[in-house]
Every structure is written in C-alpha cells, then in structure tokens.
Design a protein around this ligand. Sequence first.
Ligand code: SF4
Length: 367
Amino acid sequence: GMPVIPPKPIAVRRRSRRLDVGGVGVGGDAPVSVQSMTTTLTSDVNATLQQIAELTAAGCQIVRVAVPSQDDADALPAIARKSQIPVIADIHFQPKYVFAAIEAGCAAVRVNPGNIKKFDDKVREIAQAARDHGTPIRIGVNAGSLDPRLLAKYGKATPEALVESALWEASLFAEHDFHDIKISVKHNDPVIMVEAYRQLAEACDYPLHLGVTEAGPAFQGTIKSAVAFGALLSQGIGDTIRVSLSAPPVEEIKVGAQILESLGLRERGLEIVSCPSCGRAQVDVYRLAEEVTAGLDGLEAQLRVAVMGCVVNGPGEAREADLGVASGNGKGQIFVKGKVIKTVPEHQIVETLIEEALALVGENQES
Ligand code: SF4
C-alpha cells in the first residue's frame, strides 16, 4: 500500500506552559486532549464510575464531576481512586470542597477564586494546598455567570469582559505565586467565544480549555463547537477541549475526538469516505454507507474505507483508501490497498467490506 505521510500540522501551536493533569499533559507540546463531564449524581459513586468507564471507552481523556454538596465531596476519594482517567472536581463556591477534592487526590480542581475571595484568606490557602499536592486549577469564566462588576462595566458578556474576568481571576492565584492554571472563557456564541480566546491567548501563556457553553442539542452544538474549535485550533490556540451538548456525555467525546481527527491533531481512526450520491448513483449510497459504518463501529484501527456510488469518482477514491467499493450495474468492485480483489453482487457489498476490514486489521484471526 501507499505510505501514510503525516500531514503538515494545521498550525504552529501557541506556546503555553504545560500542566500535568493526573498524568495527562495539558499545554506546551502535549497533544490536545478531549474531556467531558459526568451527568450522574457525584455522590452516587457506582453510577459515576460506570459513566466514567463508558466515557473512557469512548476515548475521553479527562473527566469532570460536579461537587455541589458535602455528599459529593465525600464521594471524591473513591471516584478519584477508581477512575481510569484523571478526575477534575468542579466547585463553585465552597472552599471546603476544594480542600476535600485536593485531599481526595483529584487530578485538578475547577474553581474561580473570585467566588471565594470573600472568604478572607482562602485563596492563599487553596494555592498552598494545590501547590503541596501538585494539583492544577482551572479557572472557568462563563458568560452566564460573569462577575457583576464586569457586567456593569461592559454592559454584557463581551470578549473583553470575559478576558478581563479571566485575567483577574488568574491574578488572584498569581499573587500567591501559583501558576498551575488553565483557563476557559466560554460563551454560547461561537463568534464571541473565538474572539475571547484569541485575546486571552495573546494576553497570557496559561493553557486554554476550549468550550462553547450551552451549545445546544446535538446537531447545533456539534456544529457550533466544530466551527469555533476549528477556528481556534487552526491558529494553534487550545490545549484541551470540551464539547457541551444537551446529549449524553459519550456523544460529546465522539464529537470532540472527531474534531481533533478532522484537524489532523489526533491520529485518524476509522474514516468512512462516502459520496453524497447523485443522479449517477447505481446503488443506495446512504444505506450502504450507514450499514458499513454500523458494521465497523467500534473498530480500533486507522482505516479509511471508501463507499462510492458509481464509477465516476468511485475507483479513484476506493484506490486511495485502505479499502473500498465502487458500485455499478448491481455489482461492487472491492478494492483493498489499491487493487481490485473481487467483484461481488450488490447484496454482498457490506458483508464483504466488513470481512476485508477485519482481515486488514487482523481481528479475524481471533474470532
Ligand atoms: Fe455521484 Fe458517483 Fe460521485 Fe457518488 S461517486 S456523488 S454517485 S458521481
């Protein structure tokens, strides 16, 4: 077959300091990571660990859990110990939960020091505890919970307001010489979000956690996130991503992974190259593509499979792929590594492609 030539990186990466989030590098030259957040009650240890296991299987690299109550804080040691991936505790107001999360061995804590500043010396104590345990902190500025002072100053959550808020939050830790920080400035509008991250990227060297907040249901949220992350990552901005969808978190991971693969920032896994069909199609391309996709779902392999409706672009794409079919006249020409290995009747195309795919990745030997 043809050698796989690694594509030129899509961008020169912005220089950021590198954090260690429970063994996953964030920032510097660490690969951009994908994260999500559990939707279970954190206090329900079994349900939370079950969901984390599902997320891990889907490719999630870092997981965040909400900690709104003492019961949730009490669950953190077991969750942090048994999770296969680093766990970040998400805390809003209560310093005592921050200390609990650090003590519990959480890989990082998301907390905005601006929210706890009123508790006299707590920011200093948190900086101290985080330093002692090597626990990084994410400052998460969100349009929906912007500091009233900045809301008054800017009138609404503008990019400038989000950035000023984030830099102020970071300065509260910097005062105590604590810099193991990553920052997010989320907004539901990709245009505002992209501008905010661009400004923030210029203004500091902290690693950035990208997110379009409240992005919406799966279809809209996927597109908003893909467009916004694509705009930023193609300029080298962004060190870890979280796609927010009003959908199960495993879906967020699939979308996040696909965004990174599309940008060439992560090794491409299974890729289905299928044509949109047109008046020349001599086969039901949608059904064929769907059945091949379903049949190969979960296959852990770098494999490009072409499903093409006719002989116009069919043979060309099928030849460029590891495996493919070019259909025509009720038959499919099956290509493997650029060569036609056989021609099968239409109803055998799917099973043949799946067989050949499994043979290529060597999984057939086990079954
Ligand atoms: Fe149309 Fe053939 Fe191209 Fe598919 S491969 S879009 S059927 S011309």
